[in-house]
Design a protein around this ligand. Structure first.
Ligand code: ATP
Ligand code: MG
Length: 353
């Protein structure tokens, strides 16, 4: 794609001479701030006037940061809602992931989306993928995200097939910390926890992404039917349309971990080739007993952990906080799993910067 081809109508408000070099911008602390704009070695970020640390949503009318300030790179992923592209910030050279979701929506829906994305952007947690900024432009939502060079846990599982318990415990611990943050600090339910929404990098970090986004998309009329994949990890109480809360994410976590451990989605379809009828799958989740790992292949701690997550009654499930002290999570503390090495040495190399 041509440089600057993404959104030529948005302009960054730079100091008068926009040829000035980045080094000139940086103060001794390594951070430059001009009005709303904050630049440091980690990149560029828009901050609100009142809360210097918290990024805010920029509406196109704010006319401050442009998608044209990023060079577009290769497409690194495709989801139901749109594409994810590697982009590089022209000033700093830093890489980001740009997620573009095409949707033609009305003004009211757009306001709602802006609100949701604001929550997304105010999250500051090492276990949550940073959402730097979002734009709505010409029928598409573009979200600038922290680039996770290992891709998703779904991508990784495709390479390794299964994740052995000691590594899985280390992955699980990070996801639980992210969930703890979302549930207890931000008071939000993720709603779409699944392997493709857990991203990894060469530092061995695991981060949760896409919270809120799925809710927006699913609630936007005409799009709901597109998001069939989402039902796989949906808790029984959500499927039946009842009230649901944080524990709904814990159910999804249980299914994700089970899939990582066994290499297969927890609910096997009666016919070969997978689930063709989503209602059949939903019925199975609601009516059948919760899945369990084969106890002869996994540790009692792992089996107990999964059972604590996939209780059909949400009241019987443990919270993220409680699960953090579960014996499965603490059992491998001494093993000190090197996820950085594990992620980078398994299969083909990760996309590098
Ligand atoms: P669905 O649309 O059903 O939710 P999905 O989660 O796979 O599926 P996207 O969220 O659009 O869809 O992501 C598509 C893929 O892009 C991911 O599986 C992952 O491989 C890649 N990806 C997404 N975000 C990032 C990121 N921040 N850094 C690196 N890769 C990413
Ligand atoms: Mg996703």
């Amino acid at each position: 794609m041509k440089k600057g081809a993404l959104a030529p109508n948005l302009k960054l408000s730079l100091p008068p001479d926009d040829e000035v070099s980045l080094s000139k911008f940086l103060s001794e602390s390594g951070t430059f701030k001009d009005g709303d704009l904050l630049v440091n070695k980690n990149g560029v970020r828009i901050v609100s006037q009142s809360e210097v640390e918290a990024p805010i949503l920029i509406q196109p009318s704010d006319n401050q940061l442009s998608l044209a300030d990023f060079d577009a790179g290769q497409v690194i992923g495709k989801g139901n809602g749109g594409i994810v592209r590697l982009v590089q910030h022209k000033w700093t050279g830093q890489f980001f992931a740009l997620k573009v979701i095409q949707m033609n929506i009305e003004e009211s829906a757009r306001k709602h989306i802006a609100q949701e994305l604001k929550i997304n952007q105010s999250s500051q947690c090492p276990y949550i993928v940073v959402c730097y900024q979002s734009f709505y432009d010409n029928g598409a939502i573009s979200i600038i995200l922290e680039y996770m060079d290992g891709g998703s846990l779904a991508d990784f599982l495709n390479k390794v097939n299964i994740i052995p318990e000691p590594y899985l415990a280390a992955v699980c611990k990070q996801v639980l910390k992210g969930l703890w943050y979302l549930h207890h600090e931000k008071h939000i339910i993720h709603r779409d926890l699944k392997p493709s929404n857990l991203l990894i990098n060469h530092r061995g970090e695991v981060k949760i992404t896409d919270f809120g986004v799925s809710a927006i998309l699913a609630s936007t009329s005409g799009l709901a039917n597109t998001f069939v994949g989402t039902y796989n990890y949906m808790s029984p109480e959500r499927i039946i349309g009842g009230n649901y809360g944080y524990k709904s994410d814990i159910w999804s976590l249980g299914l994700v971990l089970l899939e990582c451990a066994t290499g297969e989605f927890a609910y096997t379809s009666p016919q070969p080739g997978g689930w063709v009828n989503v209602y059949e799958l939903m019925e199975t989740i609601v009516d059948q007993p919760a899945p369990r790992p084969p106890s002869d292949q996994f540790s009692p701690e792992f089996c107990s952990f999964i059972s604590a997550c996939v209780q059909k009654d949400p009241k019987d499930r443990l919270s993220a906080n409680e699960l953090l002290t579960h014996p499965f999570v603490t059992k491998y503390d001494d093993f000190d799993a090197d996820l950085a090495l594990y992620f980078t040495s398994s299969g083909p190399p990760l996309a590098t910067l």
